[in-house]
Structures are given as C-alpha cells and as structure tokens.
Ligand binder design. Structure first.
Ligand code: FES
Length: 107
C-alpha cells in the first residue's frame, strides 16, 4: 500500500436525537464521506490520497467537519457539493479551499 501524501478524516460521529452537541452524522456526514470515497474512486488517486471516517473532531456546531493531514487543515460546514472542489484545489493541488476553512477560534 503506497503511503498517501494527504489523509482526509471525515467526521461521522453519531449522537442520540436531541443531544445538545448534535452530530455531524445527523447533518449528513455519511453522505459527505461517501462522496469523498466516490471522488477518490473516480480520480483513481489511491496512491496519493486516503479517506477515513472519524469520530468527533471537536467543533460539532460547525459540522460537517473534515480535517486534512499533514497540513492540519480543518474544513467546516462541508457539504457533498464541496467535495470535488476540495479534491481539485487541495488534495490533488496545493491550495486549501479558503471559503470552507474552520474559523480561527476553532483551530
Ligand atoms: S460531531 Fe462532528 S465535530 Fe463533533
């Protein structure tokens, strides 16, 4: 297995309905994760990018949250419509998607 250059973690944390912190799963985290995997497959870039689900990344109220290493870039309020842009600009390019960056207070 080749060592990926970038590793994406998509919050898939679930919590019971009515939980005060909410959860990324409740906001559609699984759909965003599936879209990342679909884009990975479409671009056949398994040698450069890895996508993994994760538990809570911290700022639940800003979810759906996604973090990319090694740069430690956190994206907030990510929707499935944003995933292709994250691939083009950041994962296969070098430029994080500015409009989706988590607020400074978060990270
Ligand atoms: S539930 Fe996703 S960041 Fe906490």
């Amino acid at each position: 297995m080749p060592k990926p250059q970038k590793h994406v973690f998509v919050c898939s944390q679930q919590r019971p309905p009515g939980h005060p912190r909410g959860s990324c799963a409740h906001k559609g985290g699984a759909e965003v994760l599936q879209t990342f995997w679909a884009e990975l497959q479409k671009r056949n870039c398994f040698d450069r990018v890895a996508v993994t689900y994760s538990g809570c990344l911290g700022p639940c109220d800003q979810g759906i949250n996604v973090v990319v290493y090694p740069e430690a870039v956190m994206y907030s309020n990510v929707s499935k419509e944003d995933v292709a842009e994250i691939f083009d600009s950041h994962l296969l390019g070098t430029t994080p998607v500015q409009r989706l960056l988590a607020p400074e207070v978060v990270w």
